[in-house]
Write a protein that binds this ligand. Structure first.
Ligand SMILES: [Zn+2]
Length: 249
């Protein structure tokens, strides 16, 4: 693709540079995407922090720059937001002192030279056998999965009765971006759900069981949730805001 020479454009006192594919305003670089079908200008901040502006083919370049300038505050807010979300899910290193969540509490890791099992929770510490560190992630997931199966089985037994739901099977697995699922009298939970505080994990249980009555997220569905968990709204928003924290590992 031929690269066009940069042409400086003055907009509102700040220097903006425009090329065929990118636009630079206030130190930020935007990929410019032109489309005949578009009627309006749109700025996108990707999860990775990459910026783009989509514009109808005929809009002159200096209009793009002033549009971006008008939106600078919004753009910077979005960039900070994405950066914060990425920082909140650090990749685990499995070193001494590192914190690991279990039912909403963080427990420090201690590497053990001699230990019969790969991993155990003892005296408020996660004890990981040193020789198992090369497969520590799998070891943790297996531990969380076992604990989740026990904990969620108890919760389901407790709530299913009250909610008039028949559950034939409970499974714990990696559900990708979902905390749980319900279908065919089978309820599944993501193993990560056991990292959540108990009251939030309880909301996940009630949410999934309510799907036995309503498969969608209709008003009736939320009414059902509310019958059993009157403060579901605060739990739901906690999950939306903080759930990302438990995504590390
Ligand atoms: Zn749902």
């Amino acid at each position: 693709m031929p690269s066009l020479p940069l042409s400086p454009v003055r907009t509102g006192g700040k220097l903006a540079r425009i090329s065929g594919q990118s636009l630079e305003v206030d130190g930020l670089t935007f990929e410019v995407r032109r489309s005949d079908r578009r009627k309006t200008l749109q700025i996108t901040v990707e999860r990775s922090g990459e910026l783009s502006i989509t514009a109808p083919t005929k809009v002159p370049e200096r209009d793009l720059a002033s549009f971006v300038e008008e939106k600078l505050l919004w753009i910077h807010t979005k960039i900070e937001e994405k950066a914060r979300l990425q920082k909140r899910a650090p990749v685990k290193e499995f070193v001494n002192g590192e914190g690991f969540l279990y039912l909403g509490k963080s427990y420090r890791l201690r590497l053990m030279d001699a230990q019969l099992v790969d991993l155990c929770l003892k005296n408020g510490r996660f004890c990981l056998r040193s020789s198992s560190t090369h497969r520590a992630r799998d070891v943790f997931i297996a531990w969380y999965t076992r604990r989740a199966l026990t904990w969620f089985s108890q919760q389901v037994a407790e709530h299913a009765n009250r909610m008039d739901v028949q559950v034939n099977e409970i499974t714990v697995q990696d559900l990708g971006f979902r905390w749980g699922s319900f279908g065919g009298n089978r309820v599944s939970f993501h193993w990560k759900a056991i990292l959540l505080p108990p009251r939030i994990a309880q909301y996940v249980v009630v949410h999934e069981l309510a799907h036995a009555h309503y498969p969608d997220h209709s008003a009736n569905f939320w009414l059902k949730v509310e019958q059993h968990l009157p403060d579901w709204r605060t739990r739901k928003s906690w999950l939306a805001e903080n759930g990302i924290q438990v995504e590390g590992l």
